[in-house]
Design a protein around this ligand. Structure first.
Ligand SMILES: [Zn+2]
Length: 72
């Protein structure tokens, strides 16, 4: 039996300050509310499923907003 300790990566979608992702283990829909823009625009973040408590890495590929921040 193989037990993977690596966190699974899932693609999230960003709407304003809210990141949504589907848990790879139980397919529950989760939402992460970010408090700061800096946190919101990170491309990866660790998230825990509200239903099964599985941790996964949520990817939110960069969007046009990132260009604004990379200039600073
Ligand atoms: Zn889950």
């Amino acid at each position: 039996m193989t037990k993977l300790s690596l966190k699974q990566e899932v693609i999230g979608t960003r709407t304003g300050y809210v990141i949504r992702f589907t848990c790879p283990a139980c397919h529950n829909d989760n939402a992460i509310v970010n408090k700061t823009p800096k946190e919101c625009y990170r491309e990866t973040r660790d998230a825990t499923c509200h239903q099964c408590k599985k941790r996964s890495t949520v990817l939110t590929p960069d969007m046009y907003e990132k260009k604004v921040y990379s200039l600073i």
